[in-house]
Design a protein around this ligand. Structure first.
Ligand code: URA
Ligand code: SF4
Length: 213
């Protein structure tokens, strides 16, 4: 079915058995949607299967695409600072994205790669990887970073401004989950009032820290 119109899905590439290492190996060869064609490599989630907290972002950025690890660029550094301020232990988190390949455009050939948001079709195609990560990690809490992750997990009516900093209880891929939505760290980097936006992110993450107990 892959390559057939309206049939973008990672499903046939996702192994039924095995732990996170088996998932990561299989995801390296995913051809479930066209995003693998231009990207350097699959950027799978990172962290231990025993992590109590799962953080879900949008998609890898330029640095992540080159290094093969999620949240290692500017947004990741900001996120690390916010987690530390909120008292969340990075060693106890599993970090991943709604979409596992970098999507970008260039203003001109050979020029800098500019992030482009994934479509609903692409996040839906990549969903089976996120479902498989959730089934392996079984986190106690999910932090939803921004609108793309929110729509991927909670549906297209998700509005981050309406639910940020609250604890939601929803069924996700057939499992009851607790989630705390917040803004995407990249939006803090773009904000006019960066300090205020950063404090908002930290305050939402404190809600997550409290919910974890
Ligand atoms: N932004 C994301 O959503 N994820 C990353 O891994 C990096 C930047
Ligand atoms: Fe597969 Fe997701 Fe990459 Fe598309 S973005 S090719 S579904 S891993």
């Amino acid at each position: 079915m892959v390559g057939t119109e309206d049939a973008y899905t990672a499903e046939p590439f996702v192994p039924r058995r095995g732990g996170l290492p088996a998932l990561r190996r299989a995801a390296a060869d995913c051809r479930g949607c066209p995003l693998h064609r231009e990207a350097t490599q699959t950027v799978f989630g990172a962290g231990e299967a025993t992590a109590r907290l799962m953080l879900v972002g949008e998609q890898p950025g330029d640095q992540e695409d080159r290094q093969g690890e999620p949240f290692v660029g500017p947004a990741g550094r900001l996120l690390d600072r916010a987690l530390a301020e909120a008292g969340l232990d990075p060693a106890d988190t599993y970090v991943t994205n709604a979409v596992k390949h970098f999507k970008f455009t260039r203003a001109e050939p050979g020029k800098r790669r500019i992030h482009k948001s994934p479509t609903l079709r692409e996040t839906t195609a990549c969903g089976p990887w996120l479902a498989a990560e959730l089934a392996r990690v079984e986190p106690e809490l999910i932090v939803v970073l921004g609108a793309t992750a929110g729509k991927a997990l909670l549906g297209s009516s998700f509005r981050v401004t309406q639910v940020r900093g609250t604890v939601l209880e929803e069924e996700i891929h057939g499992r009851p989950e607790r989630l705390v939505p917040t803004v995407h760290p990249s939006s803090v980097l773009r904000a006019e009032d960066r300090d205020g936006a950063f404090r908002g992110l930290v305050s939402d993450l404190r809600v997550a820290a409290q919910a974890l107990g």
